[in-house]
Write a protein that binds this ligand. Sequence first.
Ligand code: RUB
Length: 320
Amino acid sequence: MLVTETADKIKRMEIRGAGRIARAAAQALSEYAQSLPADDLDTFRDKMKEAADLLVATRPTAVSLPNAVHIVMAGLEHAQTPDSAREGVIQRAGTFIDTSRHAVEQIAQIGARHISDGDTILTHCNSEAALACIIEAHRSGKDIEVFATEVRPRNQGLVTIRTLNDAGIPTNFIVDSAVRSFINDVDLVIIGADAVTVNGAVVNKIGTSQVAHSASEARVNVIVAAETYKFAPRTIIGELIEIEERPAEEVLSMEVARSLPHVTVRNPAFDITPAEYIDIIVTEAGAIPPQMAYVIIKEYLGWGIEEFHKAFEINTRHEE
Ligand code: RUB
């Protein structure tokens, strides 16, 4: 698939979900590298950079996307020839895609251990990592039931209930605003993540923070299933995660909107759940309290505060 085609599909949400968009971007870069003429290293690098920028600009919130692109583009770093640059990109993209898939399997194993026989689980949006935990618990013989939300305005809940149904898991489908009404029937909330910040806050589909708040009030544990490449390195230096605001017509038809000149539709696609509402984050490296997010950023992504200081030439020593 062409880079522009992949970028378009991500933008239109034909490819969606933080893990899937990261793998699609890696795959697009790999195919692009294969198709580029390898005459000149600088031109090769520039073309790859253009493609990477195009992909990263498609959706601003899921940090899995820039992280995946960063990992793949590092294949260009020490290349001396266009051929070795091409090889570097292809090899890194392949490794990223494989490890990403494997990470979801590992998360499923760890996450399923947190689900007990007889549990009722609530999930919001459509997260393959969160669903993998639920499906693995069911596969291992635990008798579970799920509440799945509708997820206005894009109805990702429909994808979730189809997957749960196909797995044979008894599922209740509810509108987003019914979460608080049912939270006392729920033992555990499991959701995915688009980004995890250095202070352990989780950015996920709009409505997640309301779900987590209800769960906290009802003393229901909240588990986040997130691969390590969803942790956001640049939050170390105070960068905020941009919350994507999508077109108004996803919420209200243009015709109705036009008839209401005093009404402005707001359509943020994600929200931020503070660490205090989250019990654990299940990563492929293990289950961690949200307060340990920095360790993942440093040990697994290799972006410590020192590297940032170097990169930004921040002088950490006081000048005399
Ligand atoms: C998807 C969403 C998912 C996370 C995690 O939002 O918020 O919960 O991306 O998903 P959108 P996964 O539909 O707007 O992309 O675990 O599959 O990476």
